[in-house]
Design a protein around this ligand. Structure first.
Ligand code: ATP
Ligand code: MG
Length: 563
């Protein structure tokens, strides 16, 4: 009899899951990347057909709210239609050819997602930038990237006008606005009139998709070039495992559109059929974020640690989150204290991930796996992540070294092509068989990675090596500390010592600084190894940060060392 002694055949997967499973297998490096790949054609248009065939819950693919009552909701079909119109604007009025570059500097407006997809449809290489860019930043980026076009909004247009004469490659300027401006094409008007018919350009998997300027935490931002497949297929597996997305999820990442995390969200959510939720969020406001979670059926939330540090300052028990079931963070180290406070008050765990503009997810805590507080999780497949010494030799568990990704004999497909126009920097990022991230960490015997700091941020005091994050996390446990940055400071005897720059919580503003300093020093000695305590302390009103919200320890360090 068939069922005696033989295993029952597993039930065939439903159509969408079968398709996603194939993308996931490629993402995990278990199946080869196809020679030709275009995310709009091969992922979005496929979901549009699945949606039409009733294989997806009636969930929008994109949901934007202004915070003042306006809403935009697109199904995959509507997203397809609108983005084909946008593609006709890029190929028509803007005259962009495959391989041409376009800068996208927009607030969190639906047009950012439309134009990103239109770039894919036309083979235009997109270069997102954050809206806080100054004239100088814009000039640097436009000149370095030789972008032929820029799309931006009213508030940035004057800054672009002030420098565009010095950017000879720039041919067209596209404005997202309800009014017109001399010298600019009006995107909304052109979109209204554009045809919905468009043939997607056939791109090779290795063709460039995007150029990202890094956050510039340690110096001038670098141009990181990604291919159509590196991002387009590289996030499917982590999207399913770490972000835990399915076609019924509503995923909100509060990130600015100009930062790489917006792409991480796009390429994690849409292959998994999930809805991308966006709040316009003109400025980061904890109460707005918490109210939005209470009003809309957001299932999955991702914010940088800086934002979670703000959120846990609020009384979270006053809010009832409608549908929230999964939370994520990354981009900076998460202090264990923040994670514990969030979990205690919301009953939702916070899963940290680690990566760079150059990569997809390097380490993560997939949903449901055991979290070791303070660790950024285990290597995220298909990456082989190791701790190596300065010669590229793999170090044993427990030893501190460089976080490295194996790129030889096989370079993972989900990896940047190069630092654009900078072969020296590209070559310098490799050592032996590895790509060197520039971050220091150790791996424990269970394969969990423990971040110490960026290479330059690690403090060497009387031959003790001290990671700033350990000291900052210890400080974060004290109620007086809103946030802090720990750097090295010169010392005639020890060479360098630990100095903490501390932003106080309002309740401690009036405390005696001398007394508070001693109390915090004693606190650090109590909760971590005593040699790490900050011998110098400065109370400050804010910390220097990149526009993406990351603490710039290098600025404080230069200040300390008089550079
Ligand atoms: P630049 O390379 O110009 O200095 P950047 O490295 O800050 O800028 P990104 O690529 O946006 O630019 O950031 C990646 C870096 O952010 C990582 O190399 C690491 O230092 C830090 N990072 C990201 N996630 C985490 C995390 N979970 N824990 C600690 N650090 C993290
Ligand atoms: Mg970097």
């Amino acid at each position: 009899r068939a069922f005696c002694g033989s295993r029952r055949q597993p039930a065939p997967l439903p159509v969408p899951q079968k398709i996603v499973a194939t993308w996931e297998a490629i993402s995990l490096g278990r199946q080869p990347v196809p020679e030709y790949f275009n995310f709009a054609h091969d992922v979005l248009d496929v979901w549009s057909r699945l949606e039409e065939a009733g294989h997806r819950p009636p969930n929008p693919a994109f949901w934007w709210v202004s915070g003042t009552g306006a809403e935009v909701k697109w199904s995959f079909e509507e997203l397809g239609k609108q983005s084909r119109k946008a593609a006709n604007v890029l190929g028509g009025a803007c005259g962009l050819q495959p391989g041409d570059r376009m800068m996208l500097v927009l607030p969190r407006l639906p047009e950012w997602w439309l134009v990103s997809v239109a770039c894919m449809r036309t083979g235009t290489v997109m270069i997102p930038g954050v809206t806080q860019l100054t004239k100088k930043d814009l000039k640097y980026r436009l000149q370095a990237s030789r972008a032929k076009s820029i799309i931006t909004s009213d508030s940035l247009a004057p800054r672009v006008d002030a420098i565009s004469a010095e950017c000879p490659s720039l041919q067209t300027k596209l404005l997202v606005s309800d009014s017109s401006r001399p010298g600019w094409l009006n995107f909304r008007e052109l979109l209204r009139e554009a045809s919905t018919e468009h043939n997607c350009v056939r791109t090779k998997s290795r063709d460039p998709l995007a150029v990202y300027f890094t956050s510039g935490t340690t110096g001038a931002p670098k141009m990181v070039e990604h291919s159509q497949s590196s991002y387009g297929l590289g996030f499917v597996a982590s999207g399913r495992r770490w972000v835990a997305l399915t076609e019924s999820d509503v995923f909100w990442n509060t990130t600015d559109t100009g930062w790489v995390k917006a792409a991480w969200t796009l390429f994690s959510a849409w292959p998994n059929g999930s809805c991308i939720f966006v709040h316009e969020l003109p400025r980061v406001d904890a109460k707005v974020i918490l109210n939005t979670l209470s009003t809309f059926p957001v299932t999955t939330l991702c914010c940088v640690p800086t934002i979670f540090r703000l959120l846990v300052q609020e009384d979270l028990t006053r809010y009832q989150f409608q549908s929230l079931r999964h939370c994520l963070t990354g981009g900076e180290a998460l202090n264990p204290d923040v994670r514990e406070k969030w979990k205690r008050q919301t009953s939702v765990e916070l899963y940290e991930g680690y990566g760079q503009s150059e990569t997809v997810v390097i380490c993560a805590n997939p949903k449901g796996t055991k979290i070791k507080s303070g660790s950024m999780g285990k290597a995220s497949p298909p990456y082989d992540v190791q701790i190596v010494d300065d010669e590229g030799n793999v170090l044993p568990p427990g030893e501190e070294g460089n976080v490295a990704i194996r790129i030889r004999p096989t370079r993972p497909f989900c990896f940047f092509n190069c630092y654009l126009d900078n072969p020296e920097k590209t070559a310098a990022s490799e050592q032996g068989d590895f790509y060197i991230t520039g971050d220091r960490a150790r791996m424990d015997k269970d394969g969990y990675f423990w971040f110490m700091g960026r290479n330059d941020d690690v403090i060497n005091s009387s031959s003790y090596r001290i990671g700033p994050v350990e000291v900052e996390s210890a400080l974060a446990e004290h109620p007086a500390v809103l946030e802090s940055a720990v750097v090295s400071s010169p010392d005639p005897i020890r060479g360098e010592v630990v100095k903490a720059f501390i932003v106080l919580t309002p309740a401690y503003f009036s405390h005696d600084p001398e007394v508070l300093m001693r109390e915090l020093q004693e606190h650090v000695k109590r909760v971590t190894a005593p040699y790490k305590y900050p011998r110098k302390v400065a109370f400050v009103s804010e910390l220097p940060k990149t526009v993406s919200g990351k603490i710039q320890r290098s600025k404080l360090r230069s200040q300390e060392w008089g550079k």
